[in-house]
Design a protein around this ligand. Structure first.
Ligand code: RFL
Ligand code: PHB
Length: 398
């Protein structure tokens, strides 16, 4: 037995990119089906990003899913850099003409998008096995997969590859049709989530000679902390006690005193990578979000870039269906890549500024401290950090 379905757009992946794209297309009257390899609970169990730029907040409002975020999210108008044991505040609001960021977990945002989709009765297939994309270089692409052992086929006009770094879409493009740029960093981030009040009301990014640390949060009762660790470290080596002791070592006296510890509710190690694929369109297949690019998390840009890719893609598809114009889809890749490279540059630079690079010798650390000394004592320096951190406007440079 096999089942054949039809939709205007097939979306592969129900992470934030796929779900947001589905919602924006639905608002414009375009019919899309989402295929996701995992179960919904599994997708919600992945603890990832925490900081949303204003542009992302606006997009979630446009998609009609912003209500809970505005109620429960935490608006931050600054953050702190801890350098040589001293904290320096970056006043985002004052330095960027009133812009701010929103602290709201990727899990919550994903849940809001999933619930909105379920309420609208839009088609999503979770636990879709062996998803394969076909004929995207012609006018009649289609997707096949297995659901509970039954073969399925979805005929469509376009395929949106929102299936993350390890997805099937980028992997299905002939190798000679794309170029990949990559940098892997010689360390990872060990993250811990705990139901404890955050150590500070704003995020703290710490440059210390023991390695980078980040104090973040999900709410006033839930904290998220990260430590730079060698890539060779295994999660089993890090008891909660060892994590808290090392975090304490990387904080200033005041934060050390304020820190409330407790049992972890999640703990994992993530590698850090800068990665971009060019182009992001292959005939009728588009890549969006982590399927096309990865940033190290230091600048909190990954999820935000995924959201803006999807905005550009939904605008292009809306233009195609409303005006039978291919101008938008033709421009998609170049338009996205310009924004992506700016965020890649910032994330690479901020990562390089804040972490220890043991193989680069003592002089690398001295350069970092001198650069931070310059940046933090210059209005221009603080502004350049602030305007990149809050996110450049969608039409920047146009
Ligand atoms: P996702 O979230 O990876 O979702 C892709 C979805 O596609 C599914 N999939 C498939 N479905 C069908 N068939 C297949 N063959 C498939 N292959 C994969 C997957 O199951 C998944 O559900 O990509 P998306 O939607 O583009 O969203 C991107 C964001 O998730 C990502 O940029 C951020 O989470 C990156 N990131 C962070 N970004 C930040 O802005 N701040 C952070 O603090 C931050 N921390 C992180 C992160 C990413 C991490 N990863 C990828 C390991 C921490 C971690 C650990
Ligand atoms: C997080 O809360 O997970 C987070 C916040 C800011 C970052 C990275 C991660 O730069």
């Amino acid at each position: 037995m096999s089942i054949t379905l039809r939709a205007q757009v097939a979306i592969i992946g129900a992470g934030p990119s796929g779900l947001l794209l589905g919602q924006l297309l639905h608002k414009a009257g375009i019919d899309a089906v989402i295929l996701e390899r995992q179960s919904g609970e599994y997708v919600l169990g992945r603890i990832r990003a925490g900081v949303l730029e204003q542009v992302t907040v606006d997009l979630l409002d446009e998609a009609g899913v912003g209500a809970r975020m505005h109620k429960e999210g935490l608006v931050h108008d600054g953050f702190e850099l801890l350098v040589e044991g001293k904290r320096h505040r970056i006043d985002l609001h004052a330095l960027t003409g009133g812009r701010k960021v929103m602290v709201y977990g990727q899990t919550e945002l994903t849940r809001d998008l999933m619930e909105a989709r379920a309420e609208l009765g839009l088609r999503t297939f979770y636990e879709a096995a062996d998803v394969a994309v076909h004929d995207f270089d012609g006018r009649k692409p289609y997707v096949t997969w297995k659901q509970g052992g039954v073969e399925h086929r979805l005929d469509c006009d376009f395929i949106a590859g929102c299936d993350g770094f390890h997805g099937v879409c980028r992997a299905s493009v002939p190798r000679d049709a794309l170029r990949e740029y990559e940098k892997v960093y010689p360390f990872g981030w060990l993250g811990l989530l705990s139901d404890t009040p955050p150590v500070n009301h704003e995020l703290i990014y710490a440059n210390t000679d023991r390695g980078f640390a980040l104090c973040s949060m999900r709410s006033m009762m839930r904290s998220r902390y990260y430590l730079q660790v060698p890539l060779t470290d295994k999660i089993e080596q890090w008891s909660d006690e060892a994590f808290w002791a090392e975090l304490r070592n990387r904080l200033d006296d005041e934060a050390r005193e304020q820190l409330v510890t407790g049992p972890s509710i999640e703990k994992s190690i993530a590698p850090l990578r800068s990665f971009v694929t060019e182009p992001l369109r292959f005939g009728r297949l588009f890549l969006a979000g982590d399927a096309g690019h990865i940033v190290p998390p230091t600048g909190a840009k990954g999820l935000n870039l995924a959201a803006t890719d999807v905005k550009y893609l939904s605008d292009a598809l809306v233009e195609y269906y409303a005006e039978t114009s291919e101008a938008g889809i033709d421009a998609y890749s170049a338009r996205c890549l310009r924004r992506i490279w700016r965020a890649e540059r910032f994330s690479w630079w901020f990562t390089t500024l804040m972490h220890q690079f043991p193989d680069e010798g003592a002089i690398a650390g001295k350069f970092q401290i001198a650069e931070l000394d310059y940046l933090l004592n210059s209005e221009h320096g603080r502004r350049t950090i602030a305007e990149n951190y809050v996110g450049l406007p969608l039409d920047f440079g146009d």
